[in-house]
Write a protein that binds this ligand. Sequence first.
Ligand code: AMP
Ligand code: MG
Length: 341
Amino acid sequence: MAVETRIIHPDQLEQAVSLLRQGECVAFPTETVYGLGADALNAEAVAKIFAAKQRPADNPLIVHIHSREQVAGLVKGYGQSVEILMEQFWPGPLSLILPKGDIIPEIVSGGLDTVALRMPDHDLALKLLKKVDLPIAAPSANLSGSPSPTRAEHVYQDLNGRIPLILDGGPTGWGVESTVLDCTCWPFRVLRPGGVTVEQLQQFVPIEVDSSVTGNSAVEQPRSPGMKYKHYSPRADVILVVGNRVPEKINQLASQPQYADLNIGVLAPSEHADLYPNLTVLDLGPRSQPKIAASRLYHLLRTADQIRLDAVFVEGFAEEDVGLAIMNRLRRAAGYKVVQS
Ligand code: AMP
Ligand code: MG
């Protein structure tokens, strides 16, 4: 039966605390995207996350904590390099994969013997985690496959009637999910690029980037199970265009007969808005500031659906710093349809 989904404000935090303590799931903001949290030590509570999101059971969840003192009780041990990363990047958008402690139920790790831990850099999230004082398993608070939510209203669009509560903390900051770093191999390996960049991590430990990160097709047996699923996709067709003559190519593609009677949009930097007189332009912000593009990306993909675009072209980004995370999400939003210009 459908539940009533209430949206509450930060001063009503106690309601979120008591639901989480009762084994219910609650959506809450972090600095990356909104998460759908439940008590990570309670398998029944965690099962409600999978049911609400319709998430495949083999796609593990990230466990959120508020203090480094919680780590030892959740994992089987870790070395000096992991200590250094926690010191440097926590709280922050970095999820560390470590050997799973027996206390973590299998449902959290999707049957793997590892668990991803992260401490979010968001006052309200940290306050919630401190008050609940339980490790909270939380994937992004969207229906599986759709763009991650960066506003409470996005969570409501996807999960209304499926979860009891959304804690509204306003728009999130980063807009793309955390960097997922496997610390059970050497060198450590980036399985998903995010807010903490490869360049930053390399200053402290040797880092490899998993081939699935920049790959142009879905991986059958990825090290991060989430990588094999359709992701970040609006209903509209997404076509990613890269190369040196992107605006010309997009205008040329959009004028093909197959698009003649359709509503076509383009996600482009502010400077290029005037180059698309016949298309609906969704503004990714100044070209020189990919961080702004990251924070707008999922909202604009959802906007494309709301204004009923049939197809949306996207200008590619340079794959450096946060651009690596943006391009990783865009390739997958586009179902790996990438056009070279
Ligand atoms: P989400 O929280 O919805 O952004 O998804 C979490 C991502 O982290 C997914 O891509 C998962 O597959 C990945 N992940 C979580 N835990 C692990 C783990 N123990 N090993 C590998 N990947 C993981
Ligand atoms: Mg997700």
